[in-house]
Design a protein around this ligand. Structure first.
Ligand code: ZN
Length: 471
């Protein structure tokens, strides 16, 4: 059996691992994930790079979860000739129906904006390229096949798949793949996908797998420890209470899928526990609204505590005034509210979407608060706010930053170093090989070393991109 790492090797994005095995008298090739590289020009080059083998030679794809850095190039692959099934969980499939067409739409608008600027003589250099169209996104959705957590499926003779909950986002899975090559013993390969934090809001703890021969584990925060949830709650209570008593608004930029639902859950839970007063919350992002409805639909897949909080809210709907904004007019009407509102909107890094309007409206007043809850990439508007700039330029206008800006940590969707080591300890004996992927070089190196030191596992490899490893 061979594994070739085509992405998320030495970096966080672009997860796609190719597996080849001799089963049933032939060589089968499949991929685990087929994600997009994100961030900067180098990512664009890698997204356009052809695969080292023809797409039509791939028999099937196992998809761990819906995040674009794991799923985002599927439409391009299908357009280039991959016609096999894409196996994923039911909730992942529903999220893909939102995320893939949205990704196609964003790429199209980037190209159109650049073309307009080029016509006006304001664009230098190459134009951006759309990696796929809306139709190609639909094509990929048509190839998805759903497999429930804990159910076994024979993908072909000699290869079986089971998904276990990874506790990262709705639908996220650890892929447990049993491969019995011709004339060889069965080998179990476990692909962690992205692993959630134990005790994380909404999601159950990542499932522990007792045995594996080969483990491919993520390392996004392999060199870090997160703040505790109790600290996060205390910070949030402080900001919300003081802002509301000063008659200000609280604006929370949040990723539409995942973080928005976590914030809603956390705020409702704090009201339930009498740690916050009655709240008025507006969710202003069509994608966040769709993702919140999906979370409710897959209620049974949430952790037990979150289920009980939602049950409580159903019985006490008056405790929180929760409204989802449908159209742009309603969104504009929010500008009239001068105090007492909590507005959750996307994008999470403040660079696009309706959040920009809410910032334009709320940044100039000192009694308002901006609560940053997620990672802010260098160069984003969110990052500049975190770095406490005095003014920002929005829609060609200078806007003073008088509102207070608070960064609330501890809501990461990924396990930290202790969480990853804890998950790995679920294996009752050392796997023959561990591959550490999906991390910046420093994070992967620190995690690999702590696996060797603390778990005393010997064969821990940080794979290089495009290299093939026999195992
Ligand atoms: Zn993810």
């Amino acid at each position: 059996m061979k594994i070739q790492f085509l992405g998320a090797a030495g970096e966080v994005t672009g997860s796609r691992h190719s597996v080849q095995a001799n089963v049933g008298g032939r060589e089968v090739r499949f991929m685990v994930d087929f994600g997009m590289f994100q961030g900067g020009r180098e990512a664009t080059t890698k997204n356009l790079e052809p695969l080292p083998f023809p797409p039509k030679e791939i028999d099937f794809i196992v998809l761990t979860h819906a995040h674009i850095d794991h799923s985002g190039l599927l439409p391009r692959l299908c357009a280039q000739g991959f016609s096999g099934p894409i196996y994923c969980t039911d909730a992942t499939f529903e999220l893909l129906k939102i995320l893939l067409p949205d990704s196609a739409h964003l790429q199209r608008s980037d190209v159109e904006r650049a073309e307009r600027r080029q016509k006006a003589g304001k664009w230098r250099g190459d134009l951006p390229v759309a990696l796929y169209s809306m139709e190609e996104a639909e094509l990929a959705l048509g190839q998805c096949e759903v497999l429930a957590y804990g159910k076994h499926l024979e993908l072909c003779k000699g290869i079986d798949l089971e998904f276990q909950n990874a506790g990262h986002i709705l639908g996220s899975a650890i892929a447990v793949i049993d491969i019995t090559e011709d004339h060889a013993k069965k080998k179990r390969c476990v692909f962690s996908g992205d692993i959630g934090m134990k005790g994380k809001l909404l999601m159950p703890d990542p499932a522990r797998i007792p045995q594996a021969d080969v483990v491919v584990v993520e390392s996004t925060y392999g060199d870090r420890l997160h703040k505790t949830l109790a600290d996060t709650e205390a910070e949030l209570i402080e900001v919300v209470t003081s802002t509301l008593s000063a008659h200000g608004n609280i604006v929370i930029p949040a990723f539409a899928v995942g973080r928005t639902q976590e914030m809603l859950f956390l705020l409702i839970d704090l009201v339930k526990r009498n740690l916050l007063p009655h709240l008025s919350i507006w969710v202003d992002s069509p994608m966040a609204t769709a993702a919140t409805h999906l979370t409710q639909r897959f209620f049974a897949q949430l952790d037990k505590e979150s289920q009980s909080t939602f049950e409580w809210f159903k019985k006490n709907p008056g405790a929180v005034d929760l409204r989802f904004i449908a159209d742009v007019e309603e969104s504009k009407a929010l500008n009239k509210i001068k105090g007492g509102a909590i507005i959750i909107s996307a994008s999470g890094m403040c660079d696009a979407g309706r959040i920009v309007h809410h910032l334009q409206n709320n940044l100039p007043r000192a009694q308002n608060a901006i609560v940053i809850t997620g990672f802010q990439a260098y160069g984003s508007l969110g990052r500049r706010l975190v770095d406490k700039v005095a003014k920002v330029r929005l829609f060609g206008e200078e806007v003073p930053v008088r509102a207070s800006v608070h960064t609330i940590g501890g809501l990461s969707a990924h396990a930290d170093q202790a969480g990853l080591l804890d998950w790995l300890q679920g294996f009752e004996s050392a796997p023959k090989t561990v591959f550490v992927v999906h991390g910046e070089p420093e994070a992967s190196a620190v995690l690999a070393q702590s696996i060797r030191d603390e778990l005393e596992w010997k064969n821990v490899i940080i794979p290089e991109r495009l290299h093939t490893y026999s195992c």
